[in-house]
Design a protein. Structure first.
Length: 124
């Protein structure tokens, strides 16, 4: 079973993603910002990270850049899931190493399809 780390400062978004992803058979952990996520990633490496961009302490761009520049974590796929929907935002997310960029509000099926593609692993 694959483990996904959801990183978002919104309790509503964290809970929604947690419930939806668990219902597809994924193990889900949550973090409230990039610093919290980094600590959790160092303690237990997830198979995939879904991160918001705008968060306190360490934003999603910084988190993605850290994941992709650290040898022990560089292969972890990162999905940026954010309300920032300008072309520049997508460009900047890709420049930080994001493997996918999904804007909020997202369609749950789109999220699951993207996770399946990145994990190359069947999810219900």
């Amino acid at each position: 079973m694959s483990t996904v780390l959801v990183v978002d400062d919104s309790p509503v978004v964290r809970e929604m993603l947690l419930e939806h992803l668990q219902s597809t058979g994924l193990t889900v952990n949550v973090a409230t910002n990039g610093v919290d996520a980094r600590t959790k990633i160092e303690a237990s490496r997830p198979d995939l990270v879904i991160t918001d961009i705008i968060m306190p302490e360490m934003n999603g761009y910084e988190l993605c850049r850290w994941i992709k520049s650290t040898p022990q974590t560089e292969s972890i796929p990162v999905i940026m899931c954010t309300s920032k929907d300008e072309e520049f935002d997508v460009y900047w997310g890709n420049k930080q190493g994001a493997d996918a960029y999904i804007t909020k509000p997202f369609k749950p099926n789109e999220m699951i399809r993207t996770i399946k593609q990145l994990l190359k692993n069947p999810v219900s």
